[in-house]
Structures are given as C-alpha cells and as structure tokens.
Design a protein around this ligand. Structure first.
Ligand SMILES: Nc1nc2c(c(=O)[nH]1)N[C@H]1C(S)=C(S)[C@@H](COP(=O)(O)OP(=O)(O)OC[C@H]3O[C@@H](n4cnc5c(=O)[nH]c(N)nc54)[C@H](O)[C@@H]3O)O[C@H]1N2
Ligand SMILES: Nc1nc2c(c(=O)[nH]1)N[C@H]1C(S)=C(S)[C@@H](COP(=O)(O)OP(=O)(O)OC[C@H]3O[C@@H](n4cnc5c(=O)[nH]c(N)nc54)[C@H](O)[C@@H]3O)O[C@H]1N2
Ligand code: SF4
Ligand SMILES: [Mo]
Length: 676
C-alpha cells in the first residue's frame, strides 16, 4: 500500500503543541515529521517526537487488559478480556460503594494526553458516580495564582511578541527542553541584536542559547525581583507615565516594601553579587522593550506564588507592556474558548463531595479517613513516579485492601501496583480537540491509525464503565467525535472569526486575543492587591530554608523525556546518559566522589541511587536530577521523588518539587534502610 500522510498534533504536556505529519502504511505509523503549516512549530519537532512511531509501536505497549497474579508491585499479570475486566471493576466498585460510599473511590489523572475530550473523559463519569474529586495541582497552580494576583485574567501576549524585544530574560525556564519553539522567536530577537539572559539555579542546556547566566539560590527570585525594583526606583528608571495610568499601588510599594530590599540584602538572599544585581537592573530599566519569558520551576516552592507575583510587577514598573516587543509571557491562560463544562459536567454531581489534593496522594492513601480510599482509578498519569513523596505513595499503593485500576499505554511503575491494567490508545489512535497553553493554536484531530492491540481511548473506556454501572444519561453514549462536534457548535466570542472548515481540515488554527486593557478588578496592573494578604509582594522563605542537609535538590526537566513519558525509548534514555545526579566539582572533591560512580542521595523521606555527574554547570551546594525515571531503568529501587515532600505552595495547593534538601554519600557503601 502506498503511504498516506495524516495531520495530527503532539498530545504531550508541553506548551508547544506541535503540528505533526504522520506517514501511515498498512495501518501503522512509519514516520512522523513536523507540520510546516503549523503557525507556532512551523515544521520542527523536539528530539523526543521525531521518532514518535517508536513510542506508538513500541514492543512495550500494553495490548490487552491484565489481571494481577502476584503481590502489589511485583508486576505479575495475566491477560483477560475487556468484558471480564469491565465486569470486575463494576462489581468491585459496586461493593465498595455499598460498604463505604462512593467517595471511597478516587480518580487520579493528569496530563498524559492534553486533548480536551480524552484528558477530561473521566470527569463526567466520576461526577455522576459521586466519587471523591481530585484537585489537579501537581504542575503550576502557584504560578497561575502569583501571576493572576498582579495581572488578573488579562490574556497573555502572543509568545512571538518577544521577537521585537531588545532584552530577553529567560527566567526560571529551561526553554531548550520545555518550550523549544518559544526559542525560535528569542533567536530572532537575538539575530536583530537583542541580549538574551538566563536566570536559573544552574547552567541548564538553555544557557547555550543565552549570552549570560545568572545563578540564583533556589526559591529566592521574589527577593531578586524586589531588589531589581529597588534599584530601578532608586535610579528613577521606572516609567512614571505608564505607572500613573495603568498601575495600582506603586506609591505603597515604593514606601513600604522597597526599603527592605537594598542590594546588599538581596545579594545575600539570592547569592548574586551586588554588581550582578546592578547590571541586571540597569539593563532591564534601560532596555527599549524588555521581555520576560517566565518558567514554572521557580513556582514549585513554599514561596512559589509570591516569587511569581514579585516578578510579575517588573514589566509594569518599566511600562514594558506599552512598548512593541516588551512585556512578559507566563503561558496562555484562556485560549480556545471551548465550553469545557460540556465535557466535565459538574451538573452530574449528586451533591457535595470531598476534594483531595493530588500532591497529597501519599497521605490520601495511607492515612486519610472518612471514608478511607478503597478504590483508585489512575488514567494518563504515573503517580508512583511523578508524585511527591514516592515512599508514601508506594506504601499507599501497596495496601492489599486497595483496589487499583490503571489505564495506560505502558507498564509504568504505577501499573505494577494495579489489580487491573487496561491498555490505552496513543494519540494517533483516537480523536480529540487540542488547545495549546504556549500559543493560541487550536486543532481538531482524528485517529490516524487503528488502535494498537486491544487498546481503547479514555473516552471509550468511560463509556464502557458508564454502561456497566447502569448510567442512563445519553451523554455517556456519545462518541468522542460527537462531543467535539457539540463543543464546536456552541458559539464563543474567541472563535467568532474562525472558519469552521479550517478546523475540519485538520490544520492548526490560531485564535489570537484582541489587544485590550488589563482584566483585573481595578482595571489596572495590581502591584498592590487589596484582596490578598499581604497586599504587597514580599520575600518569603521557602520550606527548606532552615533545613540543614548540605545540598538543595533540583528535580529539573530533562531534554530527553517529559515527566515520566518517553522512558520506553532506549535511544532517548541513552542520550540522557542514565539516571544521574549532577554535582559541582568542589563538592564532589571534598567528599572524595568521582564522575560516573554510584551515589546515594538521602533525606528524611527516603534514599535514591544515582550515577554521579560532576560538572561546573552546577554551583556548589546544589545537586540536580534531570528527568523522572521509571524504576526499572533506575540504578536502585527508587527514583527522584522519594526525596521530594508533600508540602504545598503558599497559594494554589501546588507541588514543591524543587524545595527540598538532601545529603549525598558514596553509593558503594551499604544502604541505610531509608525507604521504609
Ligand atoms: N523536555 C521536557 N519538556 C517538558 C517537560 C519535561 O519534563 N521535559 N515537562 C513539561 C511540563 S509538565 C511542564 S509543566 C512544562 C514546564 O516544565 P517545568 O518543569 O516547569 O520547566 P520550566 O518551566 O522550564 O522550569 C524549570 C526550570 O526552573 C529552574 N528553577 C528551579 N528553581 C528555580 C528557582 O528558584 N529560580 C530560578 N530562577 N529557576 C529555578 C530549573 O532549574 C529549571 O531549569 O514543560 C513541559 N515540557
Ligand atoms: N521530580 C519531579 N517530579 C515531577 C516534575 C518535576 O519537575 N520533577 N514535574 C511535575 C509536573 S510539572 C507534572 S505536570 C507531572 C506530570 O505527571 P503525569 O501527568 O503523570 O505525566 P507523565 O509522567 O508524562 O505520565 C503520563 C502517563 O500517561 C500515559 N498516557 C499517555 N496518553 C494516554 C492516553 O491517552 N490514555 C491513558 N490512559 N494514558 C495515557 C503515558 O503512557 C504516561 O505513562 O509530573 C510532576 N512530577
Ligand atoms: S514535546 Fe513539545 S516540543 Fe516536542 S513535539 Fe511535542 S509539543 Fe513539540
Ligand atoms: Mo507540568
């Protein structure tokens, strides 16, 4: 058969949402390329997706439902039919509901696939069931809260605005790994003469595209932003006209907050020298159109929302929003204009039910009562690897009385703890409607190939479960495409100029917001936000501030994986160089540790084996673990999140993956039993 080319989209939790051209032959994807007609990705893909067919047709794909035949975590399973699997789930859930009530069932999902229908497919089902609700806060709710504290619901500037900037600050963002295509606009600015400066805790791969890197202490960016504002105001570099017209609370900030952030104090808090602070402030204050590209990492701290809030004040101070090419980009917050409520169906809830924060999964499974969680349904997420406090999560998942179902493409660490595993389709095998969070693109895609093995999509599994549980609502009988048709049939001001035929063609379409004012309660940028306590931004200490273990631990993203996705690909794991812990040469030397040797990182929560990578890219006092590994490819029996805690952010109930300290010792010494 001659190959055909099908349009699709990258389904992963990445802001770029790249367009794909998939070459299909005999019902198989044989090649995957970037779609040159995609407005944001323009034909290029990252190294993870250029061989997506190797994920889709990986020999590790699950192809039938599996029933556990050994103890939890052993990974011993035998194939069963879909009919039997669904029947067993319905019977067990019915018994749990009869004995403990429906809230004893907890769904757990996040972002294995980002399409609106498949991602949210479980919501209507679990609402109708009356199950406990999951607060999906693992990623960046503190960033959202900190940003909204200042900017309200103001639509994000399109990310390509940055190409007209003359000073780009890549702030807490490893863009080469996590938002590759935003860098194309940064590079364009650089070619036109812009300076590109990186502010991170270590020299990430993104340092290679920056002119300079400023290495800050973890969790100190709020202090840094306030220190920069202090210098700007000291030297009269603020934009008084813009502030008077568009900003609320500048006099209060100047009088009450800024005196606390002189350069000497800020240098001590951030680890930057006083001269680096001066250089940063002068460059920012004197640039024609400074632009901040803001990452998520620095919000995953006990003070994360406040750090973001302080940074969000900087563009307002210098009037950057009024200058072509100036401003900031922290992610698209309202793109698409689809009625998500028509997917999630809150109206199916039988009444009030409890909500469980997903970052507290360990607590929820181990200690939470009233009622105790007896049934867990995990879909498109891998909490045994990605959730904080891995030991608590594994203790919970190991409970013999917990009935766990995992719907997955692969036998992940979480699947190993399931009573039943259901095989999931990949994005090439189902329909969905995508909206990006790193651009204003939306795209409708249909299956390019038939399901691999007996795999089924999230939407189709919940249809089967709804039928088995006796739900009569016609809603549960629709196909994913029926629901997408319905979403598109509802009018939205965001889509008023959209030609429906454009979406039907399968191409990505951009829905840029009209430029307008600031959507805050006051209609101004709220440096002072009277609804918050404190009303002005301030430096707050992070959780690990007073802890005494020698190293801050960065659990940073890897170029060659996406959270725990892509571990199935041998070539990508090899390019990552194994599960490594990066350390400064002086620290390694003092401990007698050598590059490439096994080490053990440990704290009160657990201990994890790594291979040591010694590099001057990491400053003293910091260690870096890039990527979230599957245990079966790890040097030991735990991965990085055995070292991260369930503590939450100051706002939004977010994760604090970067706010932890560890000790590191020679891994050839005997284990100390820290993973009970
Ligand atoms: N290749 C790859 N791509 C990804 C992901 C991945 O894991 N790998 N993850 C995806 C997901 S889920 C998301 S949410 C997005 C964003 O993914 P995120 O994990 O939020 O990554 P970034 O926004 O790049 O932010 C991480 C950077 O923040 C830095 N950082 C940490 N603490 C601080 C601090 O206190 N101050 C400063 N200045 N910097 C700090 C880290 O060193 C790191 O370089 O990317 C997505 N894309
Ligand atoms: N240490 C540390 N931990 C982190 C982070 C960090 O920076 N450091 N980042 C955190 C962040 S930002 C996030 S967003 C979370 C993300 O955590 P998750 O959302 O759990 O992301 P993944 O690890 O990519 O796991 C997604 C799983 O979904 C499966 N999947 C893909 N498509 C489908 C589908 O259509 N149906 C079904 N049923 N399954 C599918 C994939 O095979 C994969 O195993 O991780 C967090 N964990
Ligand atoms: S992971 Fe991100 S950069 Fe890579 S192809 Fe997907 S959307 Fe594009
Ligand atoms: Mo995320």
């Amino acid at each position: 058969m001659t190959p055909t080319i099908q349009r699709s989209v990258c389904p992963y939790d990445c802001p770029d949402t790249c367009g794909l051209l998939v070459e299909v032959a005999d019902g198989r994807a044989v090649a995957v390329k970037g779609d040159p007609e995609h407005p944001h990705s323009r034909g290029t893909l990252c190294p993870k997706m250029t061989q997506y067919q190797d994920t889709v047709h990986s020999p590790l794909r699950l192809t039938t439902p599996l029933l556990a035949t050994g103890p939890k975590g052993s990974g011993a399973f035998a194939p069963i039919s879909w009919t039997e699997a669904i029947q067993r789930i319905a019977e067990r859930w019915t018994a749990i509901i009869a004995e403990h009530g429906a809230q004893a069932i907890l769904p757990y999902s996040y972002a294995g696939t980002m399409g609106l229908v498949q991602r949210n497919a479980g919501h209507p089902f679990f609402h109708r069931l009356g199950a406990s609700r999951l607060d999906r806060t693992i990623c960046s709710p503190a960033k959202a809260a900190g940003w909204a504290a200042v900017m309200g619901q103001t639509p994000a500037q399109p990310p390509d605005t940055v190409r007209h900037s003359d000073l780009v600050l890549l702030w807490g963002i490893n863009a080469l790994a996590t938002s590759l295509h935003s860098l194309q606009w940064v590079r364009e600015a650089r070619r036109a003469g812009a300076r590109v400066w990186l502010i991170d805790t270590y020299e990430t791969p993104t340092a290679a595209v920056a002119d300079r890197t400023f290495k800050v202490r973890p969790g100190s960016d709020g202090a840094l932003a306030l220190g920069l504002i202090h210098i700007l105001v000291r030297d009269g570099l603020q934009d008084t006209g813009f502030i008077e017209a568009q900003v609320q609370g500048f006099p209060e900030l100047a009088a009450q907050a800024l005196p606390h952030y002189p350069p000497e104090r800020v240098a001590a808090l951030t680890g930057l020298s006083a001269s680096e602070l001066e250089e940063l402030a002068q460059a920012y204050g004197r640039a024609r159109a400074p632009f901040i590209l803001l990452g998520n990492g620095l919000s995953r701290y006990g003070n994360g929302a406040m750090n973001i809030r302080a940074i969000a004040c900087l563009p307002a101070l210098v009037g950057a929003y009024a200058r072509p090419g100036g401003g900031a980009f922290a992610g698209v917050n309202n793109g698409g204009g689809f009625a998500l409520g028509e997917v999630t169906r809150e109206d199916f809830l039988p009444g009030p039910v409890r909500t469980i924060n997903m970052n507290l999964l360990g607590h929820a499974l181990e200690t939470l009562d009233g009622p105790r969680v007896m049934g867990l349904y995990v879909y498109h997420s891998n909490p045994a690897a990605v959730a904080p406090d891995q030991n608590a999560v594994l203790r919970g998942l190991g409970r013999p009385d917990l009935f766990t179902v995992v719907h997955e493409r692969f036998r992940t660490d979480t699947a190993d703890f399931a009573d039943l595993v259901l095989p999931a389709t990949s994005s090439l095998e189902h329909s969905d409607l995508y909206r990006s969070y790193g651009s204003y693109c939306v795209q409708r895609v249909r299956a390019a190939i038939p399901p691999v093995g007996e795999s089924r999509s999230n939407w189709d599994v919940f249809r089967l479960l709804a039928q088995a549980m006796g739900f009569q609502e016609p809603f549960f009988r629709q196909s994913a495409d029926d629901l997408i048709d319905h979403l598109l049939s509802l009018p939205s001001p965001v889509r008023k100029d959209l030609d429906p035929a454009a979406l039907e063609s399968g191409k990505a379409v951009e829905l840029r917001p009209a430029a307008g004012g600031f959507l805050t309660p006051s209609g101004r940028i709220e440096i002072l936000n009277p609804a918050l306590e404190p009303p002005l931004p301030a430096h707050l200490p992070r959780h690990a501030e007073a802890e005494t273990l020698p190293f801050s631990l960065m659990t940073a993203p890897s170029l060659f994986s996406l959270n725990s996705s892509f571990q199935e690909r041998d070539a990508l794991r090899e390019r990552a160089g194994g599960m490594r812990l990066l350390m400064n040469p002086d620290d390694a030397g003092r401990r007698g540790l050598r590059d490439g040797q096994p080490v053990l990182a440990r704290n009160d929560l657990g201990e994890v084996r790594f291979l040591l990578g010694v590099t001057g890219r990491v400053p003293p006092g910091l260690v870096v673990a890039e990527g979230v590994w599957w245990t079966r490819f790890a040097p030991g029996d735990r991965t990085v999140n055995a070292l991260t805690s369930q503590r939450l952010t100051d706002q939004g109930g977010g994760s604090t993956f970067y706010d932890n300290r560890v000790d590191v010792i020679d891994g050839n010494l005997p284990a100390t039993g820290g993973n009970s």
